[in-house]
Design a protein around this ligand. Structure first.
Ligand SMILES: *[C@@H]1O[C@H](CO)[C@@H](O)[C@H](O)[C@H]1NC(C)=O
Ligand SMILES: *[C@@H]1O[C@H](CO)[C@@H](O)[C@H](O)[C@H]1NC(C)=O
Ligand SMILES: *[C@@H]1O[C@H](CO)[C@@H](O)[C@H](O)[C@H]1NC(C)=O
Ligand SMILES: *[C@@H]1O[C@H](CO)[C@@H](O)[C@H](O)[C@H]1NC(C)=O
Ligand SMILES: *[C@@H]1O[C@H](CO)[C@@H](O)[C@H](O)[C@H]1NC(C)=O
Ligand SMILES: *[C@@H]1O[C@H](CO)[C@@H](O)[C@H](O)[C@H]1NC(C)=O
Length: 547
């Protein structure tokens, strides 16, 4: 059974119909941009939201001084990079940053949350390239990075990572000059990396690889979807064998670094018992972009997106055109199940000084609409977010947008695209107070046995207040927050949960009984943002833990 009530009047949530001088006028309710901080101090090359409502932000450490000078620094030389923070923790509640401390270079690295909510960050450059670092969220604002040497068998620079629920470990795939994968933390014995010939096959020497930072998604059958350049496979990492080879995605160009497109796994739904798994890849760079950019010529980026159901027997990319070209975009799944495509450029590719024409307008993509009605162009920002920028969804529903630095150090003037340290929030239309009558408020979770979390297959209670009626399409969704960098949102996942019952007490209190998916490959253990969406209007999310 689903959370369906008596059928309700059809209600379009994003379009307001006004009766004006006897004529019906459609007004699009607006998305808004707010500048939260003028100086985060550190470029948000990498960003992730913890279950303590802090946002971990870090850059590389070898771009010279950042704009956050550490107190008590003894060095006289003003260019000493070690006198500056290269990572900060942003408090969503206080709208402030505090410095964190990195020992070695985290440039172009990867990250995944473990089931206990600690962030495992892997690799980087130079002395940092074989390190693993942990960040464990804490209530007292004293937590910091912990670094461990030689945790990776080989250098992992521009590699991707994904959390594996059965092993409670992380797979780290690829990287510059690395055609292999490995697992961290290491289980005893195994230390060698495993070859992945797929990475050789997709490597393009004259395009700086064009297969770095591969897209990784965990399918609900426990296999890995691995996409690099224009190709993809379904990989059984336990047997170390390729289960399926998917068709090449159409389009005259690549989709992986430095042709950086972006990718999401579309929301998984209990209605099909999570058997349909669909991935989407959007944008990228035109063929030859990397070499053209070396000569200062920026080719128009790819405009196409491909969608493919990776489960079942017949795989085919279904292609669509975005409203405009985009490279280095970020794709985020919103609580509504819609996909936000944000940041990046219209021309060029990833890398220093390799792109032009910032893509100032985000797109909203509604996967379940009819083909011609899926894309909407959102309000423009004035701030360019090119190479080394990122975006994350916050529990209150806003999107935090930060970073951008296509230069090899912090440069404020005299370049086409200065280092960008402003922090913005994109405020979706669903947060507008005009929808408050539909919005579930004061969400709380009641755990039946263990107050610290719920195991796969068990049920839990959600209570909330609702001023008006329940809409027929009320749903409860769980969102695994990603680690974002270089257009990837590693481990991002949205799961529509089954609801066994939903009862109202007549004075606006609603009690729902919700099921955690039985399979760890559908909903891997870890912290999720839980949201109730009523008629397209989401509540604020609350953190909940699948154990
Ligand atoms: C950022 O700086 C601008 C210009 O100086 C100022 O108007 C604005 O209030 C500042 N914003 C914040 C969030 O500090
Ligand atoms: C989380 O798990 C990791 C890996 O097992 C461990 O190193 C870390 O100490 C744990 N963190 C907490 C806060 O328990
Ligand atoms: C749904 O999938 C699970 C495995 O993930 C299976 O155990 C269960 O029987 C399936 N239920 C139905 C109704 O097919
Ligand atoms: C989508 O297309 C189908 C068939 O062409 C049509 O019946 C349906 O009304 C369309 N839906 C919307 C929302 O336009
Ligand atoms: C319910 O939430 C609103 C804001 O969403 C807050 O102002 C109010 O205090 C909350 N009420 C309770 C009982 O927590
Ligand atoms: C919710 O359902 C109503 C019909 O009951 C429909 O008109 C509306 O578009 C739906 N909203 C979303 C976001 O699906």
């Amino acid at each position: 059974m689903d959370c369906i009530r008596a059928s309700c009047r059809s209600l379009e949530c994003v379009v307001l119909v006004l009766l004006l001088f006897g004529r019906v006028v459609c007004v699009r309710s607006q998305w808004k941009w707010n500048t939260l901080l003028n100086n985060t101090g550190v470029v948000a090359m990498h960003m992730a939201v913890t279950h303590d409502n802090k946002v971990i932000i870090f850059d590389q450490t070898d771009a010279g001084p950042s704009h956050y000078r550490l107190r008590n620094c003894k060095t006289r030389w003003s260019g000493d990079s070690s006198c500056y923070a290269h990572s900060v923790e942003y408090s969503i509640m206080r709208n402030k940053v505090r410095a964190l401390h990195l020992e070695t270079d985290t440039w172009c690295s990867s990250g995944s949350f473990l089931s206990n909510g600690s962030l495992l960050q892997a690799g980087g450059n130079g002395l940092g390239s074989r390190r693993v670092r942990y960040y464990m969220p804490c209530a007292n604002s004293r937590c910091d990075w912990l670094e461990f040497k030689n945790q990776l068998s080989v250098r992992r620079w521009y590699s991707s990572s994904l959390y594996l629920p059965q092993e409670n470990s992380v797979i780290v795939v690829g990287g510059r000059s690395e055609f292999s994968y490995e697992f961290v933390p290491k289980s005893s014995g195994s230390s060698e990396p495993y070859e992945l010939p797929f990475l050789h096959r997709t490597y393009e020497r004259h395009s700086k690889g064009n297969n770095l930072y591969p897209f990784l998604h965990l399918s609900t059958d426990g296999h890995l979807f691995i996409f690099a350049n224009r190709d993809s496979i379904l990989f059984d990492y336990k047997q170390r064998k390729v289960v399926k080879t998917f068709p090449t995605i159409p389009g005259n160009g690549g989709r992986s670094y430095p042709s950086s497109g972006s990718s999401v796994i579309l929301p998984l739904d209990h209605k099909d018992n999570f058997t349909k798994v669909e991935v989407m890849v959007c944008g990228g760079a035109a063929r030859g972009s990397y070499r053209a950019a070396q000569r200062g010529i920026y080719l128009t980026a790819l405009r196409s997106c491909g969608r493919m159901v990776i489960t079942g027997n017949h795989q085919r990319w279904q292609m669509e055109e975005m409203p405009g070209p985009r490279v280095m975009g970020d794709m985020l799944t919103l609580p509504t199940g819609d996909i936000l495509i944000i940041n990046g450029a219209k021309r060029g590719c990833a890398g220093w000084e390799s792109a032009s024409h910032p893509a100032f307008k985000p797109y909203l993509y509604r996967p379940n609409r009819n083909a011609s009605q899926r894309f909407e162009v959102l309000r423009s920002t004035k701030i360019a977010r090119l190479y080394h920028s990122s975006a994350v969804l916050l529990p209150d529903g806003r999107i935090l947008v930060a970073g951008g630095n296509p230069n090899n150090e912090y440069i404020s003037y005299g370049v086409a695209h200065p280092t960008e340290l402003r922090l913005q929030a994109l405020v979706p239309d669903y947060m507008n107070t005009q929808f408050d009558h539909l919005r579930p408020e004061n969400l709380t979770i009641t755990y039946p046995q263990d107050p610290t979390g719920v195991a796969n297959g068990n049920t839990f209670g959600v209570t909330f207040r609702l001023e008006a009626r329940l809409m027929s399409n009320i749903s409860v969704v769980a969102y695994a927050p990603p680690f974002t960098t270089h257009s990837l949102s590693m481990n991002q996942r949205m799961v529509r949960l089954e609801c066994l019952s939903m009862d109202t007490d007549g004075v606006g209190n609603v009690v729902a009984t919700v099921v955690v998916p039985p399979s760890i490959y559908v909903a891997p253990p870890g912290y999720y943002m839980l949201t109730v969406v009523n008629g397209g209007i989401p509540s604020r999310s609350v953190w909940f833990r699948i154990m």
